[in-house]
Design a protein around this ligand. Structure first.
Ligand code: GDP
Length: 297
């Protein structure tokens, strides 16, 4: 379950505060220490933890008295607000191009869940937003990846544009956009190539696709279960491509939460969606406040 380990620890810490009619500096100090340990254990980026704890400590010590809440509850409220902010505050929206189709470029390392997530996103756009998506198979290096996207498209009954492995990704994507215009489809989701590791060739190709297509969104797909690796991957991709958002996959299996809690602070890019399972309807808009509530109970 997502965040289970972190939730257990933070909830224990916080329970100690709830009943307190008075909160002194010592209480705040102790709580900050426990929050710090819980976050570090959850594999949250060290600097992010440091800044976070500093903030809650400053706010908790100067807690203004609110009539409706005990000081203990007030401190809990502060932790929740700061956790929400840490994950981006507001829920962020998906772009809509002035003139359709809206072009979304999907990037990420192999195995992160890029192809599955492309399908899930198309499904969500159709179901929740009433849009007509087109999936584009632009990973020309791996025939298996093209077949996988076609299978996903078939399962969802969503069209998949492909030209096999002979054409180059930029031409494929451009043709796909033309096709979408003809067919009055309003979202084009381009599943680009992934590799096991970040390398120059991959980044070169992605940069080229970006320059040519000028996509409305560039979504980086990262595997939440890889913790700080996911954060490092996000930093590298973002430096090269200036992505517009992150999609965290496999959050269902991530008991720690390090990636979810660090990515926004480290990259300053919003987490837009979260993958919550293998099925094609298991993609959710990422709501920082709901996530914080999930963590704090
Ligand atoms: P790609 O190489 O990046 O295109 O990755 P795939 O889309 O092939 O996904 C790799 C594996 O991760 C597959 O077995 C997917 O079913 C699985 N996967 C993707 N997203 C999620 C998710 O949100 N939760 C879980 N549990 N598994 C996922």
């Amino acid at each position: 379950m997502a965040f289970e380990g972190l939730a257990d620890r933070l909830q224990q810490t916080i329970k100690k505060m709830t009943g307190k009619g008075k909160v002194n500096e010592q209480d705040v100090k102790e709580m900050s220490r426990e929050v710090r340990l819980a976050l570090l254990e959850a594999d949250v980026n060290f600097k992010v933890v440091k800044d976070f704890v500093k903030k809650i400590r400053e706010r908790a010590v100067g807690t203004e008295v609110m009539e409706s809440l005990t000081p203990g509850q007030q401190v809990i409220k502060i932790v929740k607000e700061e956790l929400t902010l840490l994950m981006g505050g507001e829920q962020s929206k998906i772009a809509v191009a002035n003139r359709p189709p809206t072009v979304i470029m999907m990037v990420g390392l192999q195995g992160a869940g890029k192809t599955t997530t492309s399908g899930k996103l198309a499904n969500l756009l159709r179901k929740k937003h009433n849009r007509k998506p087109l999936l584009v198979a632009a990973d020309v290096y791996r025939p298996a990846a093209i077949d996988q996207l076609k299978t996903v498209g078939k399962q969802l009954n969503i069209p998949v544009f492909d030209k096999g492995t002979e054409a180059n990704p930029v031409d494929i994507a451009n043709e796909a956009i033309e096709y979408a215009k003809q067919e009055h489809l309003d979202y084009v989701i381009v599943d680009t190539a992934g590799r096991l590791h970040i390398d120059e060739q991959l980044m070169g190709e992605l940069t080229q696709i970006k320059a040519d297509l000028n996509p409305d969104e560039i979504f980086l797909v990262v595997d939440a279960m890889t913790g700080q690796d996911a954060v490092n991957v996000a930093e590298s991709f973002d430096q090269q491509l200036n992505v517009t958002g992150v999609i965290l996959t496999k959050l269902d299996g991530d008991t720690r939460g390090g990636a979810a809690l660090s990515i926004r602070a480290v990259t300053d890019k919003p987490i837009k969606f979260a993958g919550m399972g293998e099925k094609l309807d298991e993609l959710e808009a990422f709501h920082p406040e709901r996530m914080a509530s999930r963590i704090l109970g």
